[in-house]
Design a protein around this ligand. Structure first.
Ligand SMILES: Cc1ncc(COP(=O)(O)O)c(C=O)c1O
Length: 373
């Protein structure tokens, strides 16, 4: 029998497994601590979208439930409250912060502004695809720069690709689907140089909470000194807001104003109330970072045992060389109700695998070894 933990069965504010009570309620893989080691077609293990399958912090969940009582009202005050919190957490004035319905909102706004200016966009290849797809549909010119031999983003290659037409450079740091990071000092130098040339550098830090690497530094601090840098963050990952939708953008006040003017009031009161609670729940975030590390160790061991190359991750997913087409691997694992990432060209034999819960990752590793070991 599988069991589900309902919110009320949590001890509010605590995230430690020992403080939890179990109920005999219906099964769901995507809730809190119960691992889904008997997945079904309707309830698969979701190792394909880099989500947080534990769900929300209990404090966030409570805040969202309470918020429903006030959600008939326009939410301008809460917008400023959340913005203020985001500014405080990064020690930056509020004028440098804005919020969206996910960070996608800012990737797409940046692409719109770039299109209006008639600029070309540089993006590494492979990288997170939203801005590329969106800019492509707007008819913008795209310049793709392959990742280096070690599969990291090489700023020398990006610099070499800059032409007079380029007005926007998209850098996902850590990158996705290959969770490498860009060395912090080289990145700062690059941002300063490009910003001085009037080229906007957009740093997508969707996974920054998971990074444990001295080479990495968030570029939010660069926003104050450089007019043409935008840093995007999301509550979709560690905060489990993928379906709730909150994104944060740090940028020069000119971009913030312009961005707000393009479409404003897109935010949801309930989501903002949840985010205010979640971003202050350090204990929950520490719990998830710990679980993520446990999961990664299981995948590293699987790869070691099978002699497969694997990227040392800086995120809640990693990328390994299966030595056979990723789509073939994904199809076989789907027969076991395990969902893995899609194929990413040109690394068609590499598989992106998202971290879920340690017990689920062990189940995935066991099945993978049985099928492909
Ligand atoms: C690098 C990166 N940026 C942005 C997003 C989208 O984030 P959001 O849900 O905030 O729109 C994702 C989602 O997977 C991502 O991997």
């Amino acid at each position: 029998m599988t069991i589900k933990l309902t919110r009320r069965e949590w001890i509010a504010g605590s995230t430690a497994a020992s403080s939890l009570l179990l109920s005999g309620a219906a099964a769901s893989a995507q809730t809190f601590l119960t691992p889904n080691v008997n997945p079904t077609a309707e309830n698969p293990i979701r190792a394909h979208f880099n989500e947080n399958v534990y769900g929300h912090s209990l404090k966030a969940r409570k805040a969202m439930e309470d918020a429903l009582d006030d959600s008939h009202k326009y939410a301008f005050g809460v917008f400023f409250e959340l913005m203020q919190l985001m500014a405080k957490l990064e020690d930056i004035p509020r004028e440098y912060v804005t919020l969206g319905a996910g960070s996608t909102e800012f990737l797409e706004k940046a692409a719109v502004f770039n299109r209006i200016e008639g600029g070309a966009i540089i993006a590494p290849d492979p990288t997170y695809g939203d801005i590329i797809r969106f800019a492509g549909s707007l008819g913008s010119k795209l310049i793709r720069v392959p990742v280096a031999e070690d599969m990291s983003i090489d700023l020398k290659d990006i610099r070499a690709a800059v032409t007079d037409e380029v007005k926007l450079i998209y850098l996902c740091n850590p990158n996705n689907p290959i969770p490498t990071v860009i060395e912090k000092n080289a990145l700062k130098e690059f941002i300063t140089e490009m910003s001085d040339r009037g080229i906007t550098v957009l740093i997508d830090e969707a996974y920054y909470e998971y990074v444990d690497n001295p080479d990495f530094e968030s570029m939010v601090s660069m926003v104050r000194e450089n007019k043409n840098v935008i840093v995007t963050r999301t509550a979709s990952k560690i905060h489990a807001f993928a379906g709730v939708r909150i994104g944060v953008c740090y940028a020069h006040p000119d971009f913030v104003k312009k961005s707000f003017g393009l479409f404003s009031n897109t935010l949801n009161y309930t989501a903002m109330r949840g985010a205010i609670a979640s971003y202050q729940d350090d204990e929950y975030q520490a719990f998830l970072i710990g679980k993520n590390k446990e999961c990664l160790e299981i995948v590293y061991k699987m790869c070691d045992d099978l002699g497969l190359d694997c990227i040392k991750s800086n995120a809640n997913f990693t990328f390994f060389n299966a030595g056979r087409p990723a789509n073939e691997v994904a199809a076989k694992m789907k027969e076991h109700h395990i969902l893995l990432g899609r194929e990413f060209k040109p690394f068609t034999n590499w598989v992106r695998i998202s971290m879920t819960k340690p017990e689920e990752m062990q189940h995935i590793a066991d099945i993978y070894k049985k099928e492909f070991g």
